[in-house]
Ligand binder design. Structure first.
Ligand SMILES: Cc1cc2nc3c(=O)[nH]c(=O)nc-3n(C[C@H](O)[C@H](O)[C@H](O)COP(=O)(O)OP(=O)(O)OC[C@H]3O[C@@H](n4cnc5c(N)ncnc54)[C@H](O)[C@@H]3O)c2cc1C
Length: 381
């Protein structure tokens, strides 16, 4: 067995960032990844129609963090992409987030200024301050008519829970615009990597100090590895402990069934993502990948997303019960020496990609502050 300094479980954003950073310090890094590919949930590939598709759902990069933006640009070029989402509601097509056009289209209103839109929201909203759950949070922002049409059933499809059964925080920050802005995000940097995310990860992990073993579940091989300085674990926190602790309560996760269809036509829908917030279909959205980067092909590929209970864990379910279970695991995790729990599954928290990069970069900087200083001094000398 080769000697290693750093053992990393998972080759997603968190694992790849730590691997790249430690390798740059001269450490020997081993990354174990249970899937047959790197890039975690950002993994994408060119399919049989010649279209770049994401295996685990469309991933749109957006950030206001200059350090993260500088970091991701080290590993490839990015092109500007302002994501837009539309929704089919009552046979109409409206913008998401809710904006002036959404309200005018759904309710035959004639709003034209920000002030009128604010008045409409004020007239409709039901004040709950503070909101005790997700339902109150939405009613507080937009009122019952939009709640019913756009949020209630979508939330049930997404979480298998109605908004009233979820933390207020899950829906508190639903974006609502009082203008015509129909961009899904408003961050300063919104972009997609030229050639896809997987290429970015290939570049990050392409270092003589980094070895990546695919198709390798850490729990099948962990006895083979010891003597490392630090272990970074980016898998589900409950899985780490269920083999040796008495904490048998499992955390809840939501997964997604991605149902792909290849169609012999140029386009299926007018936009990359069309959401279906109503009860008329079981899926939450349809993604047509060729819209991203205006890809060309005679055919098209669409993916319907059904959120389900069983399968790969994608989304932690944020409610009181799970938070209490997670806290027990966190206590155990914090007590371990030289073992660090990083990323969305290990922290049982949904992170956007930029937050995942930032958390990993911050952890590295925190743990290696001293070494980094010595390293910088050595470089200057
Ligand atoms: C459907 C979906 C859509 C999303 N869309 C966006 C978006 O548009 N914009 C955005 O900013 N963010 C988006 N995200 C969030 C984004 O995917 C995450 O921020 C990011 O993937 C987090 O990286 P990570 O390294 O923490 O986790 P992951 O990418 O999940 O990586 C963890 C890796 O660890 C591996 N692993 C787990 N257990 C083991 C084990 N026992 N042994 C070996 N390997 C193991 C897993 O196979 C996985 O590859 C989306 C997430 C989902 C689920």
């Amino acid at each position: 067995m080769k000697s290693i300094d750093i053992l990393i479980i998972g080759a997603g954003i968190s694992g790849a960032t730590l691997a790249e950073r430690y390798a740059s310090l001269g450490k020997k890094v081993l990354v174990l990844e249970k899937r047959d590919h790197i890039a975690g949930n950002c993994y994408d590939f060119i399919n049989e129609n010649g279209i770049l598709v994401s295996k685990y759902g469309a991933h749109l990069f957006h950030t206001n963090d200059e350090d993260v933006w500088e970091y991701v640009n080290r590993f490839g070029s990015w092109y500007p992409w302002e994501h837009k989402v539309v929704a089919r509601v009552d046979d109409k097509t409206v913008s998401i987030p809710v904006n002036i056009t959404t309200v005018n289209t759904l309710f035959d209103e004639n709003i034209s200024t920000e002030e009128e839109m604010k008045n409409w929201l004020d007239k409709n909203r039901v004040v709950y301050e503070p909101a005790k759950n997700g339902e109150e949070a939405v009613l507080n922002r937009v009122g019952p008519v939009l709640y019913e049409k756009m949020f209630k059933h979508y939330t049930k499809k997404q979480w298998d829970k109605y908004p009233a059964e979820l933390h207020a925080s899950v829906l508190e920050r639903i974006p609502v615009r009082t203008n015509y802005d129909d961009r899904y995000f408003s961050d300063k940097h919104q972009a997609l990597p030229k050639g896809g995310y997987t290429k970015i990860f290939e570049k990050m992990l392409d270092h003589p100090n980094i070895t990546v073993l695919l198709n390798t579940d850490y729990f099948d091989v962990k006895d083979q590895y010891s003597g490392y300085e630090k272990l970074f674990y980016t898998g589900p926190v409950d899985r780490f402990f269920e083999f040796k602790e008495q904490l048998t309560e499992k955390l809840e996760y939501r997964s997604i069934n991605f149902i792909t269809e290849h169609l012999d036509q140029e386009y299926y829908q007018e936009n990359s993502v069309v959401n279906y917030p109503g009860q008329e279909v079981d899926f939450t959205r349809i993604v047509e990948y060729k819209h991203f980067g205006d890809q060309k092909s005679d055919k098209t590929t669409i993916v319907k997303e059904f959120t389900v209970d069983q399968g790969e864990p994608y989304y932690p379910v944020p409610n009181e019960k799970n938070q209490l279970i997670y806290e027990k695991y966190k206590e155990k995790a914090d007590a371990l020496k030289d073992v660090y729990f990083v990323g969305r599954l290990a922290n049982y928290k949904y992170f956007n990609m930029d937050q995942a990069f930032k958390n990993a970069l911050d952890l590295f900087a925190e743990l290696e502050a001293e070494n980094l200083q010595e390293y910088e001094t050595a470089k200057v000398i």
